[in-house]
Design a protein around this ligand. Structure first.
Ligand code: FPP
Ligand code: MG
Length: 298
């Protein structure tokens, strides 16, 4: 059924009657389609569900196109990013096209679903701006960071699960909670993998978050346990292209202070909460998706 979503997205883009836009879209790498998987598992595969998943994936792709311009990223999912191959203007407009076509289609699906999804996109945009602001200087503001994570990543997963529940006539708030926790845990694990994985596995440079100015939870926790001299050294590495020795120092210090375990445990708790919730609703597939997330390696 994932295929039906791919075909629907291509149909939507073909309807724009613009060969250039279609060819640009076809060159974009497909992601894991995690939002689609959630939606289909919650709501089955009726046409309305396929359409909803397609519009949400288009919005997600649009947000990543814009994000790569904002982050000045060269790669996305292991291949050259559109901003890098075709320039910022093309990437921004391609994002705008995908986003607006998705909304045009959403209006024909269900006004309630359109309301939930459009609210999530407002959160997404607020989150991206907060991310930009929080990346300007080193901070240890955990609450601000978690709020930004919710807005930037969890809000669209939450909206995906809630929309699917609306379409399936299931209890929307339970599924919303599922999407929320999954989204938060997903981003927290992403932040951990940025530190623990290598560039090849990530499809982007490793330890890149700190270079981009992103003070993720592991860096905050590390800062909190370090003595004055080490704190100063950590701050000197902020936004810097790291040498191998510097990268090794970060990894070793995190290991010494069990930082990764601490951050991972937080993600795990969110996941366990929804595993229990989904099991109580008899949704074993959804609980398995949550289980797989904490075993994710890239
Ligand atoms: C990736 O973050 C970015 C997001 C998940 C959301 C970006 C949202 C916007 C640009 C607002 C979109 C607005 C519209 C109208 C579509 P990241 O840079 O931490 O992760 P990465 O490593 O995948 O780049
Ligand atoms: Mg980015």
């Amino acid at each position: 059924m994932l295929n039906a979503v791919e075909r629907k997205i291509e149909q939507y883009i073909s309807e724009l009657n613009d060969a250039h836009v279609l060819s640009l879209y076809k060159k974009l790498p497909h992601g894991k389609r995690l939002r689609t998987k959630l939606i289909l598992k919650i709501a089955g595969n009726s046409l309305k569900v396929i359409k909803t998943a397609s519009t949400i994936e288009m919005i997600h792709v649009a947000s990543l196109l814009h994000d790569d311009v904002i982050d000045n990223a060269n790669t996305r999912r292991g291949v050259i990013s559109l901003n890098s191959s075709s320039g910022d203007k093309t990437a921004i407009m391609m994002g705008d096209i995908l986003y607006s076509k998705a909304f045009f289609e959403l209006c024909n699906i269900s006004s309630e679903v359109a309301r939930v999804v459009s609210n999530a996109v407002v959160q997404l945009s607020l989150g991206e701006l907060a991310d930009v602001e929080l990346s300007k200087k080193f901070h240890t503001n955990r609450d601000a960071y978690l709020k930004m994570l919710y807005q930037k990543t969890a809000s669209l997963m939450e909206a995906s699960a809630e929309s699917a529940a609306i379409l399936a006539g299931k209890p929307r708030y339970a599924y919303r909670q599922y999407g929320h926790n999954l989204g938060m845990a997903f981003q927290m694990i992403d932040d951990i993998l940025d530190i623990t994985s290598d560039s090849k596995t990530l499809g982007k440079p490793a330890l890149h978050d700190f270079f981009e100015g992103k003070v993720t939870l592991p860096y905050m926790y590390l800062y909190e346990v370090l003595g004055d001299d080490d704190r100063e050294y950590l701050l000197s590495l902020y936004r810097k292209r790291l040498s191998e020795d510097e990268a090794l120092w970060i990894r070793k210090s995190m290991k010494k202070h069990h930082i990764i375990e601490k951050a991972y445990l937080e993600a795990k708790e969110l996941i366990h909460e929804v595993i229990n919730l989904m099991e109580s609703l008899g949704e074993s597939d959804l609980s398995n998706i949550a289980k797989e997330m904490i075993e994710r390696e890239f």
